[in-house]
Design a protein around this ligand. Structure first.
Ligand code: CU
Length: 89
C-alpha cells in the first residue's frame, strides 16, 4: 500500500517523457572555438535545430557537447556547425 503512489508516479513520468528514450549526447572537437563569442554563436545556432536540448561549448577544451533527440540528428547538427564555420575536426 505504501509503495503504490511511487510506482504510479514513475509510470506517469514514463508516459509523459517517452522521447527521453532516444536522447543522445555527442561531444565534438571544434578547433575554431577561440572565445566566448564563438561559444555564444554555437549555442544560439545549434539550439535552433528542432530536438536539440542543450549545447555546451568551451574555448579552453575546444569542444562542444550537444544533447539532442528526434527530429535532430548528428548529420543535421554537423551541417549547422559547418554552415557557421565551426566544423568539427
Ligand atoms: Cu570567438
Amino acid at each position: 500500500m505504501e509503495f503504490q503512489p511511487r510506482k504510479h508516479m514513475r509510470f506517469i513520468h514514463f508516459k509523459l517523457h517517452p522521447e527521453e528514450e532516444n536522447m543522445k549526447t555527442v561531444t565534438y572537437t571544434i578547433p575554431n572555438i577561440s572565445c566566448m563569442h564563438c561559444v555564444h554563436t554555437i549555442k544560439t545556432e545549434v539550439s535552433e535545430v528542432q530536438g536539440v536540448k542543450s549545447v555546451e561549448a568551451s574555448p579552453q577544451t575546444k569542444q562542444a557537447t550537444i544533447t539532442f533527440d528526434t527530429p535532430a540528428t548528428e548529420d543535421k547538427i554537423v551541417e549547422v556547425l559547418k554552415e557557421i564555420n565551426y566544423a568539427p575536426a
